[in-house]
Design a protein around this ligand. Sequence first.
Ligand code: URA
Length: 412
Amino acid sequence: MRGFFDKTNVIQQVSYRSEKGIHSCVSCGLYREVLHPRIEPYGEFEKKVMIIGEAPGEEEDKRGKPWQGQAGRTLKLELCRIGVNLFKDCISLNAINCRPVDKNGGNRPPTEYEISCCRLKVISAIKRYKPKVIILLGNAPLSSVIGHKWRRSLGGITKWAGWAIPDRDFQAWVCPTFHPSFIMRQEEENETRIIWRSHLEQAFSKAEEPFPDYPDEEDCVEVTNDTEGVLKGLIKQQPEFLAFDIEATGLKPYNKDVHEIVCISFCAEHDKAYCVPAPKTEKEICLLKELLEHPKIGKIAANMKYEDTWMNVIYGISPNPWKFDTVLGAHILDNRQGITSLKFQAYVHFGVVGYDEFVSPYLKSSSSYEPNEVKRLVQDPESFRQLMIYCGMDSLLTYRLAELQMKELSML
Ligand code: URA
């Protein structure tokens, strides 16, 4: 049963607030010290692309418009090279819209606090202009636009640069890349500039693509107690690929007095996943073994060593043949740190974010061998259902991601 407020209302409403409440111009105070406070978005926006920079500098503050100094000239020139006119084709604003000044009167980077104070203004501008593409130049706009919805560690722009994220809240492609002043600090025409250009080209090409129309993934997950029915159905279907995922009481299963698997999900097609309570009867375990050891069904997981170890230790089942692991796939395709998790990949590829917010506090344990708190969810039927939906979404997204990565690796 859904509650009175649906999840999207709640996440949306809390997300623009910090833990300490709503931050605003009054709490920031920068507007009191500048020539042009609260500089408005600027540009004719013909290509429906919004560019978000860091903060106004001295030149911008003098003229009351973004991109008036050296960084603006660098950006303008690079865009010109790819056939884009900054002020005609785009609309520009900054993560902070009053100039941050240091104690000697010079420019300084904005603080995280100032970014959170200005976030509401930035988000309102996105909602008002409805851009097709939002380009985030550097760490400050990354934190402003993504930081509040990415509850894990955000990391820096290096981790996010170059992804074209189909952000569902904004119904826009969010394209982070480097700030022009970072490019200016590199030697001329080096590889960083070439990479920057390719990110900008990709971002503008997204303005020509229709925004993907996604079904609600939660509706693709069937939670059921009919474990036998689901297992028999999948064995009969004999899919080429089967993604599966478990929720369990910890990271390492070896202490069998303490540990158990609580539910297991399967996905063998794009828009359908099943989640069932962990098999308990001899019949159910036999069917699970038949499915997971079926020689014609290729197994897929996100971090397969986890599923493999738990299945072996708890049930004596050796899943095989293993066909694909999305964590390894992500690493092969892009060897940057901090990008291989299903949660990161699901956001950057499918725009799905925050679906683990309810369950993740219960999945943490003090060490690899200690139990987590997942049993507390299992005791309450509605919470267990939420856990099973989460587990089903993990399988569904693993399946979709594996498909995408295998295509990219020419394995399909
Ligand atoms: N000018 C802007 O408007 N934004 C920046 O981030 C830098 C210079």
